[in-house]
Design a protein around this ligand. Structure first.
Ligand code: ZN
Length: 68
């Protein structure tokens, strides 16, 4: 059992013990879920940006070839 990684309403670190297989106590389990969702969204945004840059690059190459 470790210390909960959740934050209280005051912004302090929670002093409760964690639940098994979780980094948060029973009160802050929803904070864990939220942080996971946030991380997924960040990864998705990064993947979309990389895809957009890739498509832009391919588009630029096609545009360059058609103009010649
Ligand atoms: Zn907690």
């Amino acid at each position: 059992m470790a210390q909960c990684e959740g934050k209280t309403k005051k912004g302090d670190r929670c002093r409760r013990d964690t639940q098994t297989e979780s980094s948060y106590c029973s009160i802050h389990v929803d904070q864990e879920r939220r942080s996971r969702t946030l991380r997924t969204e960040e990864w998705d945004r990064e993947a979309i940006m990389k895809a957009a840059v890739g498509f832009a690059l391919v588009g630029a190459i096609f545009l360059f070839r058609f103009r010649r």
